[in-house]
Design a protein. Structure first.
Length: 527
C-alpha cells in the first residue's frame, strides 16, 4: 500500500478557541479511516483543514501531506488543482452545496468538464452512468430537475455522484449517509466500498453512526474536544474499547419501548382513504397529462398517549402524509381530528384547532429564525393563539425550556449559539408550550449524534407520559422507531405496504419490502 495522507500534530485555532489539537493519523491508498465523535468534537474541521476549506481567520499549525505535497502552506493554484480532482468532498447537507439555480445535469457537467475536459454527448453518458450507480431512478428524466425538486436522499446521491465523477485518489465523506434511508444507506456504502476497491481510492469517513463505521472502516479515530482520544483497527475498537468516551459512544443506542396505551384512550387523529396526488402539467396550455401519486388511500388512527411510527424510503410519501394531516397541503379523503372532520375546513375555521396539532421538523436550524431570540421563537405561538393573557410570558418560556432539558438562562440567546441537539429541544419547546394533543415529528433525530438521539427519545417518552400526547413519528431510523412507537406503518411509493403493532412489524414482517428495511437497519440478511 502507498501512503496518500499523513497528518502530524494538526492544530486549528479560531481566535482564542482551539477546535483541533495535535491530531495525527495517516491513510494508505485503498484504506478507509473513520473519524468518529459527537458534534463539536473537531471531525469536520480536521477534514476541511486537509484542503484548507476553512475560514481565513483560522490559524492552522502542524503538517498535512497529500502524497508528497504539503497542504498547509500550498499555493492557491496547487489547492485548486487538487480539490475536486485528486481529493473530493461529500458534504452532510446537500441543499447548501448544490446550486438552486442550475439543473442536475449542468452541475454534474460542470465538474466533469472542469477537471476532465469531457463535454457534449460523452459527458452526458458519463453523467447518466453516475446517476445510475448512485441509485437515481429514471436518471435521464432527472437531468433537467433542480435541487428543490428532489428529496433529501436524492440530493445526497447527486452530491455523491459529483464527488465520484473525477475518480479521486482520496474521498472525504462528511456524514454522507445521515439523511439517507437505511436501504439506500446500505446501497451507498456498498457502492463506495466497490468503487474504492476498483479504483484503489482512500476514504476518510466522518460520522456519528457507529453502525456505519463497523461496516465500512478499516481503522477508527475517536475524537472528543478536538483531540483523538483513541485510535486503532475497527475490530479492536469495537471489541475492546479502552477510553471511557469510546465506551459511551458504543453504548449509545435508543432502547426500550414506550409505556402502554390506556385501554380507553381517546381517539385523537384518524384518516380514511387519504390521498395526495400532484398533477403533471405539460405543454403551452399546461394540460394535465398525469399525476404524481404521493399518497394513496392511507387509513390510520392514533389515540391519546400513542405513537404511530411511519417508515419508508425517500419519496415514499411520509412527509406528504404529515403535511396533509396538518392541512398544509390539499388532499382528498377524510381527516378526523378530536372528533371533528377537518379536511373541508377553511383556514379561518382551522386556526383554533392548530394549537392542538403541532409539528417538529427534521432540520431545526432551518425552521428556527436566526433573527429571533429563543424567547421570541418559543413564545411565537402564544401570540398567534392569544394564550398568554394574564400570565408571565417570560416565565412560561423558562418553564418549558426546563421541561425539555434546557437552562432557563438560555432564553435570550440565538439559534446559532446552540448545538444540533439543543436546537431540536428548542423546536420541541416551541411546539409544547401550546400544550398540543397531536405532535407530528418529521425525522427529528436523523442528524443528531447517537448519544443525543437517546436523550431526545427519552425526552419524547417523558412528555408523552406526562401529557398523553399522540405522536406521528416519521423516521428512516428503525432503531429509534422501535424504541418509541406503539404501532408502525410502512410506506413505499405512496402506498401503505404493511401496518401493525411495533412487535408484529419488527418480529414478524409480512412484506418483502419491510424485511429489506429491517435487514438494512440492523445489518441482518433479509429472509
Amino acid at each position: 500500500m502507498n501512503q496518500i495522507l499523513e497528518i502530524k500534530n494538526l492544530s486549528v485555532h479560531f481566535d482564542a478557541n482551539k477546535a483541533v489539537s495535535n491530531v495525527s493519523f495517516n491513510m494508505e491508498k485503498g484504506e478507509t479511516v473513520a473519524l468518529v465523535g459527537e458534534s463539536g468534537s473537531g471531525k469536520s474541521v480536521t477534514a476541511l483543514s486537509i484542503v484548507k476549506l476553512i475560514s481565513d481567520s483560522a490559524k492552522i499549525t502542524g503538517s498535512v501531506k497529500y502524497c508528497d505535497t504539503e497542504m498547509i502552506d500550498a499555493s492557491d493554484s496547487t489547492l485548486r488543482k487538487i480539490r475536486g480532482n485528486d481529493i473530493s468532498f461529500i458534504f452532510q447537507e446537500p441543499m447548501t452545496s448544490l446550486n438552486p439555480l442550475h439543473t442536475i445535469e449542468h452541475q454534474l457537467n460542470e465538474s466533469i468538464m472542469l477537471h476532465q475536459g469531457v463535454k457534449g454527448h460523452e459527458a452526458r453518458l458519463r453523467i447518466l452512468d453516475l446517476l445510475s450507480k448512485v441509485g437515481i431512478d429514471e436518471s435521464e428524466r432527472r437531468l433537467t430537475d433542480y435541487p428543490h425538486q428532489l428529496s433529501g436522499g436524492q440530493r445526497q446521491r447527486i452530491m455523491i455522484a459529483m464527488a465520484l465523477a473525477n475518480k479521486p485518489d482520496l474521498l472525504i465523506a462528511d456524514e454522507p449517509t445521515t439523511a439517507l434511508d437505511v436501504t439506500i444507506q446500505a446501497q451507498i456504502l456498498e457502492l463506495l466500498a466497490k468503487i474504492q476497491k476498483s479504483e484503489g481510492m482512500g476514504m476518510l469517513f466522518i460520522t456519528h453512526d457507529l453502525g456505519v463505521v463497523r461496516r465500512i472502516a478499516d481503522r477508527v479515530c475517536v475524537m472528543k474536544d478536538g483531540e483523538i482520544v483513541e485510535a486503532g483497527p475497527t475490530v479492536e475498537i469495537f471489541n475492546n474499547p479502552k477510553h471511557l468516551y469510546t465506551k459511551q459512544l458504543l453504548e449509545a443506542e435508543p432502547t426500550g419501548s414506550p409505556d402502554p396505551v390506556k385501554g380507553i384512550a381517546k381517539k385523537i387523529i384518524s384518516t380514511s382513504e387519504l390521498r395526495v396526488w400532484f398533477p403533471i402539467l405539460n405543454g403551452i396550455m399546461r394540460k394535465v397529462t398525469g399525476n404524481v401519486k404521493a399518497v394513496n388511500s392511507t387509513t390510520l388512527t392514533i389515540h391519546e398517549g400513542e405513537t404511530l411510527g411511519v417508515v419508508g424510503e425517500s419519496g415514499s410519501g411520509k412527509t406528504t402524509l404529515a403535511l396533509a394531516i396538518m392541512r398544509l397541503i390539499s388532499s382528498n379523503g377524510s381527516i378526523m381530528f378530536m372528533g371533528k372532520n377537518i379536511d373541508g375546513l377553511s383556514n379561518k375555521k382551522l386556526k383554533p384547532l392548530r394549537r392542538d396539532m403541532q409539528m417538529v421538523f427534521q432540520d431545526p436550524y432551518g425552521s428556527l429564525s436566526p433573527r429571533f431570540t429563543i424567547e421570541q421563537i418559543v413564545s411565537e405561538g402564544l401570540d398567534v393563539h392569544g394564550l398568554d393573557k394574564g400570565q408571565d410570558r417570560r416565565q412560561m418560556v423558562k418553564n418549558i425550556l426546563i421541561e425539555v432539558g434546557l437552562q432557563p438562562n438560555m432564553i435570550d440567546r440565538y439559534p446559532h449559539e446552540f448545538s444540533g441537539g439543543q436546537r431540536q429541544r428548542i423546536a420541541i419547546a416551541r411546539a409544547m408550550i401550546l400544550k398540543p394533543k397531536l405532535l407530528i415529528l418529521d425525522e427529528p433525530t436523523s442528524a443528531l449524534d447517537m448519544t443525543v438521539q437517546v436523550q431526545i427519545v427519552d425526552l419524547l417518552r417523558q412528555l408523552q407520559k406526562k401529557y398523553g400526547l399522540a405522536y406521528l413519528f416519521i423516521s428512516h431510523d428503525l432503531r429509534v422507531v422501535r424504541a418509541l412507537s406503539h404501532k408502525v406503518m410502512v410506506m413505499c411509493k405512496g402506498d401503505v405496504v404493511e401496518s401493525g403493532t411495533s412487535k408484529e412489524i419488527f418480529e414478524n414482517p409480512k412484506s418483502e419490502y419491510t424485511r429489506e428495511l429491517i435487514a438494512a437497519a440492523f445489518n441482518l440478511k433479509a429472509k
